[in-house]
Design a protein around this ligand. Structure first.
Ligand code: 3PG
Length: 216
């Protein structure tokens, strides 16, 4: 009954490499490579840079060109954002919600896409287009874990990356759900730690979360 479009399938393959996607906001382009190297060395190879700063596209370009990190572009809200993110070297795009124009653009450009959805109708509309891997956003304020559990019955073919209020103390509860493929959040590399170049603190955040995940 459900089919998955290749841009969603490729997104599923990307998130299969990880279970936690650090969502990062970079003010200073010079922080991009050291931050990506810190995340990589500590064990996380997929990151999302949100287009919420003037230097975000340049930061994506730096990470894509100079590291082996798989870098995606987040907070895409227009077709122009999709085009620019792809040109900068982003391997995937993420948006807080979705519009038919954004879905069309990602399909036309064959760009792996993780659109946001917070209601059953939004999820079903995206599934009709073959988008079956979705960002559940904003997760905590949209019903969190009880919501994801409730839609597992009627929408069993969908997989989610909850973000928005996901943090060190609740991410394991999300990951334990059958319909959660990965989680995303800013707790790994908060903006103030990036601005202060607190690479050691960020590395410890990664290590603690991975230890938690692996039950070590
Ligand atoms: C997002 O873009 O998904 C969120 O801003 C991340 O939310 P968080 O800061 O609550 O992790």
């Amino acid at each position: 009954m459900s089919y998955t479009h290749s841009i969603s399938n490729r997104m599923i393959n990307l998130v299969d490499r990880t279970s936690i996607i650090p969502i990062i906001e970079i003010e200073d382009t010079r922080h991009a490579v050291p931050l990506a190297e810190t995340l990589l060395n500590a064990g996380m190879s997929v990151v999302e840079v949100v287009l919420r700063t003037t230097n975000a596209l340049e930061a994506i370009r730096e990470i894509a060109q100079n590291t082996t990190c798989i870098v995606g572009a987040g907070s895409l809200v227009s077709v122009e954002d999709v085009i620019k993110a792809r040109e900068a070297g982003a391997s995937f795009g993420v948006s807080p919600g979705s519009t038919p124009a954004l879905v069309d653009a990602c399909m036309d450009l064959d760009f792996p896409y993780l659109p946001g959805a917070a209601t059953a109708s939004e999820m079903m509309t995206l599934a009709e287009r073959g988008i079956t891997m979705l960002k559940f956003f904003p997760a905590e304020s949209s019903g969190g874990i009880p919501y994801l559990k409730a839609i597992m019955g009627p929408l069993p073919h969908l997989r989610f990356c909850p973000t928005g209020g996901v943090n060190e103390s609740n991410f394991m509860d999300y990951l334990s759900l059958g319909n959660v493929a990965c989680v995303g959040g800013s707790w790994i590399a908060p903006a103030n730690s990036i601005n202060n170049q607190d690479w050691e603190i960020i590395a410890h955040n990664v290590e603690r979360s991975l230890i938690n995940r692996d039950g070590a």
